[in-house]
Write a protein that binds this ligand. Structure first.
Ligand SMILES: *Cc1c(COP(=O)(O)O)cnc(C)c1O
Length: 221
């Protein structure tokens, strides 16, 4: 059995049924993705547009491609035809561009709003207050070609489990509030290789796992 098959089998047991496992394949080869595919894995996550476009054309059509990183507005058009779920929508400008491009193809694209929960400074993501305002503002009517299915977040990059749990707990409470006002809100995307168990304890419905399946990434691209 290949190391990908072994890792995947192990992670699947830990993640359990009822939670979507997205295999984060950024920087990894088409061959490695195919190994995971041959084990039945269908959800893959990428965060570079060109890489996603290339992999999409090289791999089977029944893969669900998740865009998981910061998406530049001017690049939406390259993935809009085939992307399954855009995680990490971090501005209204982006949401509006996705809506516009999706309309061209007669699609309604699933999106998650990215919430800034980490204590680290970042340019990306909505604040918890902004999310609640947005949820109450009738997103569905304003952006008919997008389906806002929930929230996505990344915890602080730290070994402090208590801090991570606190951040996951915060986004989970926002998610539960949002569910009360939105019928389409079903997905809470939290948890990566180092913290998915904590994320699951705190309500995750979708985990994004890369290095624990495909091995460490070499960032020299
Ligand atoms: C790379 C990445 C992941 C996966 O990280 P691992 O630590 O390799 O599991 C998850 N989410 C996002 C947004 C990422 O960019």
């Amino acid at each position: 059995m290949s190391f990908v098959a072994e890792n995947l089998a192990d992670i699947k047991v830990k993640v359990g049924n009822g939670i979507t496992l997205v295999a984060v394949s950024k920087t990894k080869s088409v061959e490695l993705i195919r190994e995971a595919y041959n084990c039945g894995q269908r959800d893959f996550g990428e965060n570079y547009v060109q890489e996603l476009v290339d992999k999409h054309s090289a791999l089977p059509e029944d893969i669900h491609w998740h865009f998981i990183g910061h998406l530049q507005t001017n690049k939406v058009k390259y993935i809009v035809q085939f992307v399954y779920l855009i995680q990490g929508v971090d501005s209204l400008k982006l949401l509006s561009e996705i809506n516009k491009q999706a309309a061209k193809y007669g699609r309604r694209i699933k999106c998650l709003l990215q919430v800034h929960i980490a204590s680290e400074e970042t340019k990306f993501g909505f604040s918890p207050d902004e999310i609640m305002d947005l949820a109450a503002s009738g997103i569905e009517q304003n952006y008919p070609n997008v389906e806002v299915c929930g929230l996505m977040g990344m915890a602080s990059n730290t070994d402090d489990k208590k801090l991570i749990a606190k951040e996951f707990n915060l986004i989970n409470s926002l998610f539960l509030e949002m569910k009360k006002v939105s019928e389409t809100c079903k997905t809470l995307s939290i948890g990566m290789s180092s913290d998915f168990e904590l994320a699951i304890e705190n309500g995750s419905t979708l985990v994004r796992i890369g290095s624990a399946i495909f091995g460490e990434r070499n960032y020299a691209r």
